[in-house]
Design a protein around this ligand. Structure first.
Ligand SMILES: Cc1cc2nc3c(=O)[nH]c(=O)nc-3n(C[C@H](O)[C@H](O)[C@H](O)COP(=O)(O)OP(=O)(O)OC[C@H]3O[C@@H](n4cnc5c(N)ncnc54)[C@H](O)[C@@H]3O)c2cc1C
Length: 317
């Protein structure tokens, strides 16, 4: 019987979805180990967060009120102290910007192995089997770990936990060594804000590296106009400065759930798919029939975008 400690994630006063997903992942693991699921809620309005996170399957919630935002040293110190106190077998963290910041430090501090970006977890005896993707989602690998471990979970892979729980909520008295806290959050600055919120669009015409040159974007805008749709893109288009950051779909961009998502010259890398797989209908236009986007498309057009897009625009006009 071994316990699981899952760490929740928040930003600017809001819990992130992965905080509810990690309850589901943690509960499944705790069922495998026959132990309890503990949640750690660190910084921000912890009492309010704890109330929201008190969902079915959670046995205990430990709150640590220290500052408003994520801080590497505060998280690392708190989690190592919770590990010493609770002796869980597994520490689960989100595979988020924050989680990836402190999880390796916690593992290093505790002398534990760390496995990141997992999409499936199961325990048999003392062996944890963690599933990860490689090569842009073309290959799945299973990793076996013995004994205690730190595990980061990918967002949107486990359903969010619901149902009201009856967890014990208690303040954990973490002893933070303030001298060892080497950074502070001074504020937030939105990058590339703009006129359009792509997460609100019903139809998205999304463009990727297959477009080759900035001037060719005109084809995409023409199709979007004909459909009364909004233009979005994969990351390379934004990295090239061809579209502003607020148009980027994906793990480091926006999560979108339109009725129709038209992916043009986009391969479907896992970081892109993370942002659009909730679309109702996915149309992919790609010259490579083996591109991962073709696997999740409802309609796959295996052809050259420079032929297909003008033809579609003509039709819709
Ligand atoms: C930490 C991290 C975060 C990331 N976050 C994001 C993110 O938020 N969003 C994101 O998109 N990416 C993100 N990425 C990058 C991601 O891994 C991919 O590199 C990126 O999504 C690839 O973009 P793409 O599909 O446009 O380009 P490519 O992978 O180069 O694909 C281009 C596609 O166009 C097709 N093509 C070429 N010519 C034509 C033609 N004439 N007609 C039709 N099809 C054609 C090709 O067959 C290919 O499939 C992230 C990466 C990392 C490491």
């Amino acid at each position: 019987m071994s316990d699981v400690l899952a760490v929740t994630d928040h930003r600017r006063g809001d819990l992130r979805d992965v905080s509810y997903e990690i309850i589901t992942a943690g509960r499944q693991l705790a069922d495998d180990t026959g132990g309890d699921l503990h949640l750690a809620v660190i910084s921000g309005p912890v009492d309010d967060f704890a109330e929201k996170l008190n969902r079915e399957g959670v046995d205990a919630i430990h709150t640590v009120s220290h500052g408003e935002e994520f801080n590497h040293d505060v998280y690392t110190q708190t989690i190592t102290q919770l590990y010493d106190e609770l002796a869980p077998q597994y520490i689960l963290t989100p595979n988020s910007v924050n989680g990836l910041d402190y999880a390796p430090a916690v593992a290093n501090e505790l002398g534990l192995p760390v496995v990141t970006d997992t999409i499936g977890l199961s325990v048999n005896g003392e062996t944890l089997t963690a599933t990860r993707e490689m090569y842009g989602g073309k290959v799945e690998t299973t990793n076996e770990l013995e004994g205690d471990a730190v595990v980061t979970i990918r967002g949107a892979e486990w359903p969010t936990a619901d149902g009201t729980g009856d967890a014990v909520i208690e303040a954990f008295d973490a002893e933070i060594d303030e001298d060892a806290v080497g950074s502070t959050v001074n504020g937030f600055e939105e990058v590339g804000g703009g006129d359009v919120d792509i997460s609100e669009a019903d139809v998205l015409v999304s463009v990727g590296r297959g477009i080759e040159e900035e001037d060719n974007l005109e084809l995409i805008h023409d199709l979007a106009d004909a459909l009364d749709a909004t233009v979005s893109s994969s990351r390379p288009i934004v990295d090239n400065g061809w579209l502003p950051k607020n148009r980027q779909v994906g793990q480091s961009g926006k999560v979108v759930t339109p009725d129709v998502y038209i992916a043009i010259g986009i391969s479907g890398a896992v970081q892109h798919v993370a942002g659009m797989k909730g679309s109702d209908t996915i149309v992919a236009i790609n010259t490579d029939p083996n591109a991962p986007i073709m696997d999740i498309a409802d309609y796959a057009i295996h052809d050259d975008l420079f032929d297909v897009v003008p033809a579609l625009t003509d039709q819709f006009q």
